[in-house]
Design a protein around this ligand. Structure first.
Ligand code: FAD
Ligand code: MG
Length: 598
């Protein structure tokens, strides 16, 4: 009866459709994405969609007639390539897919409006997909162990499955659930599919500690072998997806009831839409772009020609929430390359995924990976405290339009390009303000759609020269004026996010304080009144910070092995310094720096 009702609902289009949007209300970028998506072949059969990880390799004798399973979604918010979900389907006669709001799950402890919305849409998408096969997503509030105890008692649950959350911050939660299962004699299956390799396996192959350099990491994983290929969409036909009579009390709560307030009115103008459906569509577009780039003789178009204003093409928020399987990403790129039989190595692209793996693995067993103190891979640097400057940086009021535009985009849209992250992180730390990377990290955690606890911290440590860099021998820090000019040559990006500067001539746009008063008046923007004066003088700050770094180096007695991996190539790769910008000019680190002559 219920199923019939649901089918009717589905046919009459009553279901929430997260991907349908009012085109008129969409900003231009969004319309571009929609157009790109229309070009995507919807029925594409992925080469990689063949199941090669037979979920646990269980045979029939393992099947229990009365297995009542719960699949616990946390990250891994997808149905495709979800081995623990497949295990639940294969083993259970009855299955309840659930999500528990415990105040921390999927990074909700520090989480701004955009990421909440993205998470919510990802959950809605799962619920909608489950509806299509006769099920629903159940949601709960509170401590997972309390919820599971209740489910064991009231619903007779005897199997719990979930995807491994590899970062140490989730360990206590997951260990508690595993202990509970053991105590209650409940089967518990945890599968590795958020990462290409199991960070614990990499660590144990390396003698019990994470490989400290990127090169070592690559060596260790090469001994494990290639990542598993992804599995496809699950087949729910063998399992009953029950919907209890009082389901309403478990349905996804209304967004307004759980989400924080918008931090900026422009967040209404939504650019990123969460969920597996969207992830898979964007992925197809991305693969086509990469294939076109391969054919044209290069790869990573968004790195080669950074498009700061382009439509959302990044998959990092989808990888972060697990709406897209990282194994699908990895293998599809490799297969596309093989199909094209091109001489360009796809490893440039998949190298980015390896950085992701590396940071996840580096944080294994290190609960202090997100701070300087108590974190043995992080160099102790004597950062300054300056709440006022930190606040100005956070709000995009530093007086450097390139930096401010990046920070405004972060707050409004939730995703900023790698070069923008690089610019603002360098400016806050070793470049200009000499403020601790931990302060910047907190801001990124709150606003970034793709904020991962360990990846974000790892990147901040790198950029602030706190780890992963040649010991504090960072290249000259990026100049907030030159870097901006190179990345935003027409000033379109800055004008978009700082409308107060919309009429400032390009010549002064990146350093408007240099504009003569008459020019400022004509542009309708008086510096110091309508737009701030710079909060630091870059040249002087960069020079003094460099001296502080030199003093720090001198005070270090030991060599730090984790600080010596980077060579020129690795730094370029990490910094995403394109060889050319828009196919024209050569772009070197020096071009983007204030040459201090030291
Ligand atoms: P692609 O070129 O498509 O790369 C593919 C995937 O590889 C990305 O989606 C991402 O999952 C991964 N990746 C790419 N670059 C890196 C990198 N440097 N480190 C680790 N993984 C990488 N990325 C996050 O996913 N989460 C974060 O919290 C995060 N915080 C960052 C903080 C700072 C200060 C900086 C400088 C970078 C940070 N990055 C983070 C890395 C990077 O900026 C984004 O992953 C990237 O911009 C995503 O764009 P893309 O999807 O087009 O990348
Ligand atoms: Mg991506």
């Amino acid at each position: 009866m219920k199923r019939q009702q649901r089918e009717q609902e589905s046919q009459s289009g009553h279901l929430t459709d997260t991907t349908s949007t009012d085109e008129d209300a969409l900003p231009q970028q969004e319309a571009k994405v929609q157009k790109l998506e229309n070009d995507v072949p919807k029925s594409h059969e992925s080469l990689t969609d063949m199941p090669t990880r037979p979920a646990l390799g269980l045979d029939n004798k393992d099947r229990k007639k009365e297995t009542i399973a719960v699949h616990w979604f946390r990250h891994g918010l997808r149905l495709h390539d979800n081995p623990s979900l497949i295990d639940a389907i294969n083993l259970a006669s009855e299955l309840y897919p659930i999500f528990i709001f415990d105040g921390e799950v999927a990074g909700t402890k520090v989480c701004g409006f955009n990421r909440w919305r993205f998470l919510y849409e990802s959950l809605e998408d799962i619920d909608r997909k489950l509806k299509e096969v006769g099920g629903r997503l159940y949601t709960f509030n509170g401590d997972p162990c309390t919820v599971f105890n209740q489910l064991i008692e009231e619903w007779g649950v005897n199997l719990i499955t979930f995807e491994q959350d590899p970062e140490p911050i989730w360990q206590d939660r997951d260990n508690a659930v595993k202990r509970l299962c053991e105590e209650r004699g409940i089967r518990c299956i945890e599968s590795v599919s958020h990462t290409l390799w199991d960070p614990n396996e990499v660590t144990s192959r390396n003698g019990g500690t994470p490989p400290v350099t990127y090169a070592m990491f690559q060596e260790v994983v090469s001994t494990i072998g290639l990542p598993h290929r992804p599995s496809g969409e699950p087949d729910f036909s063998s399992v009953k997806l029950s919907i209890c009579d009082n389901f309403d009390q478990f349905a996804l709560p209304h967004f307004q009831d759980i989400a924080p307030k918008m931090e900026h009115p422009d967040q209404e103008r939504q650019l990123w839409i969460g969920g597996e459906t969207r992830a898979l569509e964007l992925f197809e577009v991305r693969v086509r772009r990469e294939a076109a780039a391969f054919k044209a003789g290069y790869c990573l178009p968004n790195q080669y020609m950074p498009d700061l204003l382009g439509p959302p093409m990044s998959l990092s928020p989808y990888l972060r929430f697990g709406c897209l399987s990282v194994r699908k990403f990895y293998w599809r790129i490799h297969d596309t390359y093989t199909e094209l039989n091109n001489t360009i190595s796809p490893s440039h692209l998949t190298a980015q995924l390896i950085w992701r793996e590396y940071f996840y693995t580096m944080s294994v067993g290190n609960k202090n990976f997100d701070r300087m103190n108590g974190n043995n891979i992080c160099l102790k640097i004597d950062w300054s405290e300056d709440q006022e400057k930190l606040q100005k940086w956070t709000e995009g009021e530093t007086g450097y339009p390139w930096i401010d535009a990046c920070m405004k985009q972060l707050k409004v849209e939730g995703w900023i390009h790698q070069v923008a992250r690089h610019a603002v992180a360098c400016f806050l730390t070793r470049g200009d303000l000499w403020i601790s990377w931990e302060d910047g990290l907190k801001v990124f955690y709150q606003y970034l759609l793709d904020a991962d606890w360990s990846i974000c911290a790892g990147n901040w440590m790198w950029i602030s020269s706190s780890a992963f860099e040649k010991v504090l021998q960072c290249p000259n820090c990026f100049c907030p004026v030159r870097y901006g000019r190179r990345m935003d040559p027409n000033g379109e990006f800055v004008r978009r996010f700082l409308p107060v500067l919309v009429n400032m001539p390009l010549r002064y746009l990146f350093e408007p304080w240099k504009a003569p008063l008459a020019v400022q008046e004509k542009a309708g923007c008086i510096i110091g009144k309508d737009y701030p004066m710079p909060i630091v003088e870059h040249r002087a700050a960069a020079s003094s910070n460099r001296e502080k770094m030199n003093r720090t180096v001198q005070s270090l007695e030991e060599k730090f092995s984790h600080c010596t991996p980077s060579n020129e190539v690795e730094v370029r790769e990490f910094s995403w310094l394109p060889e050319t910008i828009r196919g024209v000019e050569k772009c070197t680190a020096d071009d983007l720096c204030e040459i201090l002559g030291i």
